[in-house]
Design a protein around this ligand. Structure first.
Ligand code: ZN
Length: 152
């Protein structure tokens, strides 16, 4: 519990706590009747559900950091797209699809071994950690919805 500086209420919690408290899981069951050529069949199914309150949904962690690629990973999709189009133009539909896909995959794979690719992924990881860290310190007032980042 913490005090809200916006409305003075005493009903503020950390986002991660609101998210946990507002989530409940249960089992939803349903029955169904199906008519087939041979007769009538009755079936029941149950599905695990996970419901969340609006506040819990709002306090979920969402990353806004885009995945970054190095030089190879950045030009890779363009090169594989061009190769795919050239092969399609020559009537090679499946070859174009397979070669384009393999080249796309390889460019991301090779990218992780290049210096620029590693730098890009390091940047992404630290930006993501920073975001997660901020989330862990963010409080929300359940009375007025005011959010702020605390010291810890
Ligand atoms: Zn408030």
């Amino acid at each position: 519990m913490a005090k809200c500086s916006e409305c003075g209420g005493d009903n503020a919690k950390k986002l991660s706590v609101i998210e946990k408290l507002g989530s409940s899981s249960g089992t939803a069951t349903g029955t169904g009747i199906g008519v087939t050529g041979g007769g009538i069949g009755v079936g029941a199914h149950s599905t695990r559900t996970r419901s969340k309150t609006d506040a819990a949904r709002e306090s979920e962690f969402h990353s806004t950091v885009d995945i970054k690629h190095g030089v190879v990973g950045t030009i890779g999709p363009w090169v594989s797209g061009a190769v795919l189009l050239i092969l399609w133009y020559n009537g090679e539909f499946w070859a174009g699809l397979i070669v384009g896909f393999v080249m796309l995959f390889l460019s991301f794979f090779i990218d992780t071994f290049t210096e620029s690719g590693q730098r890009a992924s390091d940047e992404w990881i630290s930006a993501y950690r920073e975001e997660k860290n901020t989330y862990a310190k963010t409080w929300m007032c359940l009375d007025c919805g005011y959010k702020w980042v605390g010291k810890k």
